[in-house]
Design a protein around this ligand. Structure first.
Ligand code: 8IG
Length: 277
């Protein structure tokens, strides 16, 4: 049974993996594709990449799939796509991220990842837009995620589920991405809860504990992807210098604009990486 929101994940007694399996069968029915090989979550700034990865064979609202919620934010497209790459791989493109700050709980945040795993995907590519702490990263710089620090005080794991997170962001896939763009830098992603951006003091804390990127997604999703046995590639578009690193205030418009400007470059990067997987 679902509660009045109509989302079955909101029933505490429900099994989130059974709901993900149902979602995967919805996707197979809608797309006519029995199994996907790769899943790709598109974050802020990465949206245009889907168009050049391959041939879109299905494009549909995420809300047609069990457990998915309507998009909360401009710049986050609430659609799912099935793409066939030139080399014959099936890519499930998730343009419908649910953020932790929406307050629907971690099960909903990681549902797309669990669904991707249930469709058969062995590789999870997580992209996001975020703030950069390194001064050398100007807005519009893509960087690889090398590791994360989860500052949400939440986890997608339930009960005594001990999961190893060594090499969470696969060295093999980072090397593969660097073979396509040797200039790619990498850094540690700190997931804050949001939705407010950090204070300058919080950015200094993130820096002091070993962080290089501040954002509001990805870490919880990566944990769920690892639990599901997937190999993970994390890519950040630095859309802004983190608060206090630059002297002017952060604005959502600035973030969207940096995404627009960097769009063509990072889209071709992402398409080439996906093509090489
Ligand atoms: I786009 O500076 C984007 N998302 N936490 N901080 C956090 N999230 C972000 C930022 C940022 N920029």
């Amino acid at each position: 049974m679902s509660d009045q929101t109509g989302n079955p994940l909101d029933d505490p007694a429900a099994d989130p993996f059974a709901i993900a399996a149902q979602a995967a069968s919805d996707i197979a029915r809608i797309t006519g594709v029995e199994r996907h090989d790769i899943a790709l979550t598109l974050g802020s700034g990465w949206g245009a990449a889907a168009d050049i990865i391959g041939e879109t064979t299905a494009n549909f609202p995420a809300t047609e799939v069990t457990g998915f919620s309507a998009p909360a934010l401009e710049g986050h497209v609430g659609t799912l796509r099935s793409i066939l790459t030139p080399r014959g791989k099936r890519v499930l493109v998730i343009g419908a991220r649910t953020h932790f700050y929406e307050g629907h709980g971690v099960r909903r945040v990681v549902h797309s990842v669990r669904t991707a795993a249930a469709t058969g995907a062995k590789t999870m590519v997580l992209t996001n837009g975020a703030g950069g702490i390194k001064h050398t990263w100007k807005p519009g710089t893509p960087v690889l995620i090398s590791d994360h620090i989860n500052l949400t005080a939440a986890t997608p794991l339930e009960g005594a589920t001990f999961i190893d997170l060594t090499d969470l962001y696969s060295m093999r896939l980072r090397d593969l991405a660097r073979s396509i763009d040797p200039s790619l830098d990498e850094g540690v992603y700190c997931q804050f809860t949001g939705p407010q951006y950090e204070t300058p003091a919080e950015v200094q804390m993130a820096k002091a504990i070993g962080g290089h990127i501040v954002g509001m997604s990805t870490a919880l999703e990566a944990i769920a992807a690892r639990q599901a046995g997937m190999e993970i590639l994390g890519l950040t578009l630095v859309t802004n210098m983190a608060a206090g690193i630059q002297t002017t205030p952060l604005s959502h418009e600035e973030v969207m604009e940096a995404g627009r400007l960097a769009g063509p470059v990072i889209s071709s990067l992402l398409a080439r990486v996906i093509g090489a997987l």
